[in-house]
Design a protein around this ligand. Structure first.
Ligand code: CU
Length: 154
């Protein structure tokens, strides 16, 4: 009889230790992902209106349709060949988020849409003042060839 009670007490103690231990682990996982976010912050921000090379073949320029502000703003990316001819053979994806509160307003990765002129367009819904980041991912034939980040303050 006494032996059974002792066993129950031991099981109870193990269970409560396991619960507190799992709480400890999830806290560590959280801080690890925060550290990962901090690393991402280190990537240099691309400047609007400047030319950036993509390998040997292409370069691109991006701009906003207006000064970034609350509401919907549109990012326009134009890709050119080294000879200066506008090119629309790439695929561009962009995902917006606020670095200071990752995940809170993340748009997920969305594809830029081409207009008739061959410009790549992506609308972004700015729902809160502060610093925003848009990570751009360029791919050719489904292969990622360039990644960069655009930051702006609202
Ligand atoms: Cu926010």
């Amino acid at each position: 009889m006494l032996g059974k009670i002792t066993k129950l007490v031991i099981i109870g103690a193990i269970a409560s230790w396991a619960i507190s231990n799992s709480t400890f682990q999830s806290c560590c996982i959280l801080s690890a992902s925060e550290a990962l976010g901090a690393d991402k912050n280190a990537s240099p921000s691309l400047r609007a209106g400047e030319k950036y090379s993509i390998g040997e073949t292409y370069y691109f320029v991006y701009n906003f349709d207006k000064k970034p502000q609350m509401g919907t703003i549109i990012i326009k990316v134009q890709v050119f060949t080294k000879e200066g001819r506008q090119d629309s053979s790439l695929e561009i994806a962009g995902g917006a988020d606020m670095p200071s509160m990752r995940g809170a307003h993340s748009t997920g990765e969305q594809l830029f849409k081409l207009n008739k002129k061959g410009d790549y367009l992506l609308p972004i819904n700015v729902v809160m003042p502060g610093e925003w980041e848009v990570v751009l991912n360029f791919s050719k034939d489904k292969r990622s060839i360039y990644t960069g980040s655009v930051r702006f303050n609202v």
